[in-house]
Design a protein around this ligand. Structure first.
Ligand code: ADP
Length: 634
């Protein structure tokens, strides 16, 4: 549809570095002059998350401007959203490269502009001719610290290495920063008595603490934690404080117990005792946080910090670090560069061999290499090879991870230089997977409060605050191995995103009564009504038959929402074994000199079941340590 905005020449920004020019010649240079019916045209195409509307402005011979006017791409993609529009204008071409890691969005822009070119009567042939690419050249770089992977852990490591006096290069295989971290729901756990003071401690919370304190300790580490927490808990109760109890040791105790004692005590201690300080470090780097603490799915306690509106999803674990790096003369990120192999000399890791646009790029690390390539949740062959927890992790199950990122590259590179692997068989599934894709969708989803889960008969079947693995096991026992997550006005403002978008896209069902909802999702209305009643009785103090202990508001008021959710591969808890200084351990249990690691590529922290919200805390805590250790050649 044409819109007549006049023929104002809009200043054109040149495409960013992220787009490598597949064509540096304009249509004119190629010998043909295009001809358009001048004006501004609007067209819509499907991006990754849904429709994306683009306005394209032409004069008689050129594309003057390409503007995305409406889109719902995820916060992780926003960092590169204008790259393809700018490249189309700069190159007067529709054969521009999309950004690796955000290809759906780029393709949608190209499709929409293509429609507008047709409508404006332009010659598509002149805009889509393929031109030969200039061959990329081999290059070499040197820095004190080379970090592989620009996700939450790698960027934290880069900032920390720089703050400890090192020059840094981050090598990233995608064209965007943030890996799977930026697409997460953004929960970062840190015991924070100040934040927890405003949350009411309910009798059921007290029972949770007491139960773990009263149990027979698994080992000396647990006994030690129980002793410390007992004292802290008694003091909290005696003080008359009404806020939610928490402490680093309570966080550690839940992490160790929640991971079935497979986690390594020394690493858990580092995580728990540094989480709050790291949260403050991130705040200093520019993160704004929501004032109220939440609880990620399976976090087992309300200690999850979320970014404020200007830091949605996992952006708080990416953008402030990038801002820091971008300001430094001796710290940089090399995008579209895939690390392939570690270079060693006399048993020490001294560099990285990588590839960009088919050309060899060699990095020399004067002080150390930090591996931060994330997990292998999207690598089906690898998860099938190692998985010991689940019947099958083949193609039939999706992943919540960034598919191109989470391929386990760092584990393969680490193994090749003799790194010891830990807990490789322990793979976490998340219960908020969207049907077909496995993308994690939390609207409505499992995190937070004010939602119930029912099966295909409308019956609740698991405590909504259970461990993630318990939720998954329970889902697999239900008919069809899926569940409906049900929410209502207690959770969502019906007129606002995110729920208004989910409903508009047909991803969530909306209804004005429990009966109507039951009818729309084909469950028994009496069962669904009972599910609400039992949940509400829990708020009045009636023990929940399924053991739910964390409550928000009463539910049962319209509008109601439902969405189908099923298990999706989420976090690979195994990986390179590190010590508390984030040094990668060799098979002889000694650190491999010059080699450090952090984040999901490592193994040994989370055990058999990671608490929701502990991954971003892990990235920050161990990323910061790895960067410092590398800068100091520890
Ligand atoms: P973490 O949460 O541990 O930081 P993420 O998935 O967020 O993990 O980030 C890992 C990053 O590493 C991703 O951006 C991914 O694209 C990048 N990466 C993975 N393998 C390689 C590789 N071989 N070379 C360069 N970057 C890589």
């Amino acid at each position: 549809m044409q819109k007549h905005f006049g023929f104002i020449l809009i200043a054109l920004a040149l495409a960013g570095l992220l787009v490598s020019c597949s064509s540096s010649q304009s249509a004119g240079q190629r010998g043909g002059k295009n001809s358009f019916k001048a004006g501004t045209y609007s067209a819509t195409a499907n991006g990754h998350n849904g429709p994306l509307t683009v306005e394209t402005t032409f004069d008689d011979t050129r594309i003057l401007d390409v503007k995305i006017v409406k889109q719902i791409e995820s916060p992780g993609v926003q960092q590169v959203i204008n790259v393809v529009p700018q490249a189309i204008v700069a190159q007067q071409s529709l054969t521009v490269d999309t950004v690796t890691g955000a290809t759906f969005c780029g393709r949608a822009v190209i499709a929409a502009v293509t429609d507008s070119v047709k409508e404006a009567g332009g010659d598509l042939g002149l805009l889509t001719r393929k031109l030969p690419k200039a061959a990329a050249k081999a290059q070499s770089f040197e820095a004190d610290v080379i970090v592989i992977g620009a996700g939450g852990a790698g960027l934290a490591a880069a900032v920390s290495a720089h703050q400890n006096g090192a020059s840094v290069i981050v090598v990233e295989k995608l064209g965007i920063a943030g890996g799977s971290s930026i697409f997460s729901d953004g929960a970062l756990n840190a015991a924070d008595p100040e934040g927890e003071a405003g949350i009411n401690m309910m009798p059921a919370n007290k029972t949770t603490v007491q139960m773990l304190l009263d149990k027979k300790p698994y080992d000396a580490f647990e006994a030690d934690l129980q002793k410390t927490v007992s004292g802290q808990f008694a003091a909290h109760n005696a003080s008359g404080k009404t806020g939610l109890f928490d402490s680093p040791e309570w966080h550690m105790l839940q992490t160790y117990n929640g991971g079935d004692y497979e986690g390594i005590p020394d690493l858990i201690r580092v995580l728990g005792s540094n989480a709050l300080d790291n949260y403050k470090w991130m705040t200093e780097l520019g993160v704004n946080w929501r004032p109220t603490l939440g609880s990620a799915t399976g976090s087992l306690w309300q200690r999850s910090h979320y970014g404020a509106a200007d830091f949605p999803n996992g952006t708080h674990s990416v953008y402030p670090y990038r801002t820091y790096i971008d300001k430094q003369g001796n710290a940089e990120i090399h995008f579209n560069t895939q690390a392939r192999e570690l270079i060693t000399k006399n048993g020490r890791v001294t560099g990285v061999k990588a590839v960009r646009d088919g050309a060899a790029i060699t990095y020399t690390a004067k002080k150390g290499v930090v591996m931060a390539t994330g997990g292998f949740g999207a690598n089906v062959a690898m998860r099938q090879k190692y998985n010991i927890l689940w019947d099958d992790l083949g193609d039939s199950i999706g992943t919540s991870n960034h598919r191109l990122a989470a391929q386990g590259d760092g584990i393969v590179m680490g193994e090749a230089v003799g790194a010891q692997l830990e807990d490789m068989g322990l793979i976490q599934l998340h219960p908020s997977g969207e049907p077909n894709t496995g993308i994690m969708n939390l609207h409505p989803g499992t995190a937070g409060l004010n939602r119930i889960f029912v099966n295909s008969e409308g019956n609740r079947f698991v405590a909504e605050d259970a461990r993630r693995d318990d939720m998954i096991k329970a889902i697999y026992k239900q008919p069809g191995s899926f569940m409906w997550v049900i929410a209502d006005i207690a959770r969502y403002n019906p007129t606002e995103p995110p729920i208004s978008i989910e409903v508009a896209m047909g991803k969530a069902v909306q209804a004005d009564s429990i009966e109507e909802l039951a009818q729309k999702i084909n469950v028994n209305p009496a069962n669904l009504k009972k599910a609400f009643d039992v949940y509400n009785a829990g708020i009045d103090g009636v023990p929940d038959p399924l053991g739910l202990r964390t409550y928000g508001k009463k539910m049962g008021n319209p509008p109601f929402y439902a969405a189908k959710r099923l298990p999706t591969v989420h976090h690979t808890m195994g990986g390179l074994l590190i010590d508390p200084e984030a040094r990668v351990q060799g098979k002889d249990n000694k650190p491999i000199p010059g080699f450090y690691a952090a984040g999901e590529v490592t193994g040994g922290i989370h055990g058999a079941n990671r608490l929701g919200g502990n991954a971003l805390a892990d990235c920050s805590v161990f990323g910061r340590i790895a960067g410092r250790s590398a800068a100091q050649s520890k």
